[in-house]
Design a protein. Structure first.
Lengths: 133, 524
């Protein structure tokens, strides 16, 4: 079992950062290499840029904790748990933590590699001022 | 019109596999002839003993601690400098055909161009360059990729899938169900990563790389300058060459390597004189490199398995030599024969049974660090054949290519152009080379720095999960060419160790800008 973690300090309120990730169907907007997804109840199927379809089960989507947890249910994985935590540090200052635990170990490295780019996109979206009319 | 450049690399080929370097298993007449006409280097070192950092050093002319791709699975930054860009700017047609591996091969999210081009059906893409401009991918305006076997999304795999799908099952399955490098045995001796492959020779990737190179060369105008990096995936494992060719080297007749003691007790005694991670790997307690099969224990390897692996390795080396011969013949037919510089080398070596080990890892001895390197300057320059004994490094290749092309060497290049002979080497201060290792995978951290001179090898292990920063190895290349006697703690060699340690410290503190170290994105 391999467990990896990436984190990013983001110059935005925690609620703003959480607003980027809290909708399960928003993942193609902030996870590089995920080009589309479908969501039915707590089941999500993502499609990657090379055409891989990966089924997932959403385990937790908690607005109070600002925690999103899910597991990949594809048969190649004996176990997977992905957790995104958004932690408030101060106004306009947050920490976003993306954890990956998986078996086989190799798959944990591959997924965690993708989460690093996701954190970059979450930061970009959260720090980009919204245009108001 | 300038001198054209054919840069030939193999993967994981050690110095002593060429006949001209004393090898006895393979016949390599083409490379032997090139060496006789040009410059043969007796002690060429890689900057790293794994693919991605070493290949990135060839492209950038920088050490891994400068270019930032510190281990397999850590991508070279897309805006890293590239000698191919400089040559492209100088008007050269630039091609890379075969194995690249500047970007991770395992890529489920399709993040890397190397894995995307075959699917897109295009020869290159535009990317941001290190100087802010946009241009063809890493400076190459033509790219056609292959790797070991037929997995993945590269051009060779796509070609095999499209043209010869029934032949795919004949290749060794490189990774297992857990996506680890496969430990499954094959062949007659049940050796890991061995299989007798029924694929016809002309469909195997060695001939495919040569065929594609010839095709690209034939597409170039006769008066065009070009830089072509022809990169063979072999003789890196898996050892699954076409079965039709394996009779060239009957494995039962292959002698055991001089550095493979048949007695387990002697092997273990040798390993116990080295840093602790040698014996730990041998016993199956630690694997610090993804490309050593996680489920394989070196102590279980038999003498027959060493023989069979080395026989198949030798077959692959012969096929490469013959493929190079075909490409050189095509260059002659085009009338370019006198105006082409040919440079041949490999990215790192292979243990091939030395000390009872196979594959590679943080083990800085000749098996992994001493490489074949041949530079046959264009015949029109009237090259004087020579043998260079001074230590040289692959970090010098980028500067060498620019010097051949008559282009200035940018200040981001750390290496200086290869010496033409020992006098030239002495005059320009070629007296030491440096090899780096940094790995952090599956909870095992290993950090190694090595300096090699014409007389000694000093390795220092920096703090990690296996070492506390006090361990090292010191070998005397004159008295102990097989690097069996570790003199790191020998009082008689204390002053040598101190002097070489200062060289390592100076390497660590060398001036120049460093890229932010990359992040491990995949195991390989």
């Amino acid at each position: 079992m391999a467990s990896l973690r990436h984190e990013r300090r983001i110059a935005a309120d925690a609620d703003t950062v959480w607003g980027v990730v809290r909708r399960p169907e928003s993942i193609p907007e902030w996870f590089p290499g995920i080009v589309s997804c479908t969501v039915e109840g707590n089941l999500r199927v993502i499609t990657t840029a090379i055409g891989l379809e990966i089924p997932e089960e959403i385990l937790c989507n908690d607005d109070t904790l600002r925690r999103f947890a899910y597991r990949i249910t594809a048969p190649q994985y004996s176990f997977h748990l992905g957790v995104i935590d958004v932690i408030s540090i101060a106004p306009n200052d947050s920490l976003c933590v993306y954890s990956t635990t998986a078996l086989p170990d190799t798959l944990a490295i591959l997924i965690a590699g993708g989460t690093l780019g996701a954190l970059g996109e979450i930061q970009r979206l959260a720090e980009t001022p919204r245009v108001t009319s | 019109m300038s001198r054209r450049i054919l840069f030939i690399t193999t993967d994981q080929q050690r110095y002593d596999t060429l006949a001209v370097n004393g090898g006895t298993l393979s016949r390599t007449p083409v490379l032997d002839r090139l060496a006789g006409e040009g410059i043969r280097y007796e002690r060429c070192q890689p900057t790293s003993v794994v693919c991605m950092p070493s290949r990135s050093s060839m492209l950038t002319g920088q050490f891994p601690s400068t270019h930032g791709a510190w281990m397999n699975g850590v991508p070279l930054a897309i805006d890293a400098p590239s000698v191919a860009e400089s040559l492209h700017d100088a008007g050269y047609a630039t091609a890379l055909i075969g194995k690249a591996h500047f970007e991770p091969f395992m890529d489920p999210f399709g993040l890397y161009a190397e894995n995307a081009l075959a699917g897109l059906g295009i020869p290159t893409i535009e990317q941001e360059w290190f100087d802010g401009r946009r241009g063809v991918h890493r400076g190459f305006d033509y790219l056609e990729f292959a790797t070991h076997g037929v997995m993945g999304a590269l051009h060779y795999a796509k070609w095999m899938n499209d043209e010869h799908p029934d032949a795919i099952r004949g290749f060794y399955q490189v990774v297992d169900r857990d996506f680890n490098v496969n430990a499954a045995g094959g062949g007659d001796s049940d050796a890991p990563q061995v299989k007798y492959n029924p694929v016809p020779r002309e469909w195997y990737h060695t001939d495919w790389v040569a065929d594609r190179t010839i095709r690209w060369l034939e597409q170039q105008a006769l008066d065009r300058d070009w830089f072509c990096w022809m990169s063979f995936p072999d003789p890196h494992h898996p050892w699954d060459p076409p079965k039709s060719e394996t009779g060239r080297v009957p494995w039962r007749d292959v002698p055991l390597p001089v550095n493979y003691p048949e007695s387990a007790r002697e092997r273990e005694s040798l390993l116990d004189r080295k840093s602790r991670h040698w014996r730990a790997w041998y016993d199956g307690r630690v694997v610090s490199n993804y490309e050593a099969p996680a489920k394989w224990v070196p102590a279980t390897m038999t003498a027959d398995q060493v023989r069979e692996v080395n026989a198949l390795n030798a077959v692959e080396v012969e096929l490469i030599d013959e493929a190079i011969g075909r490409v050189l013949a095509s260059i002659e037919r085009r009338g370019w024969g006198d105006d082409v510089d040919v440079v041949f080398t490999s990215d790192h070596g292979e243990l091939q049974g030395d000390f009872g080990l196979l594959f590679k890892g943080p083990y800085h001895v000749d098996a992994l660090m001493r490489l074949p390197l041949i530079w046959r300057p264009a015949r029109s320059t009237g090259p004087a054949p020579s043998v260079v004994h001074a230590p040289v490094s692959l970090v010098s290749l980028a500067a060498t290519f620019l010097e051949i092309a008559g282009e200035p060497v940018p200040n981001w290049v750390e290496g200086t152009a290869l010496p033409a002979n020992d006098e030239d080497a002495s005059r320009r201060g070629f007296d030491a080379t440096f090899t780096e290792w940094d790995s952090s995978i599956f909870g095992v951290d290993v950090h190694v720095r090595t300096v090699v001179t014409d007389a000694h090898v000093l390795t220092e292990y920096q703090p990690g999960t296996m070492h506390d920063g006090s361990e090292g190895e010191l070998y005397d290349l004159a008295d102990d060419p097989l690097q069996r006697v570790n003199r790191f703690d020998d009082p008689a060699t204390a002053s040598i160790r101190a002097t070489l340690s200062e060289r390592l410290a100076a390497h660590e503190d060398r001036p120049g800008d460093r890229a932010t170290p990359g992040v491990l994105m995949a195991p390989v």
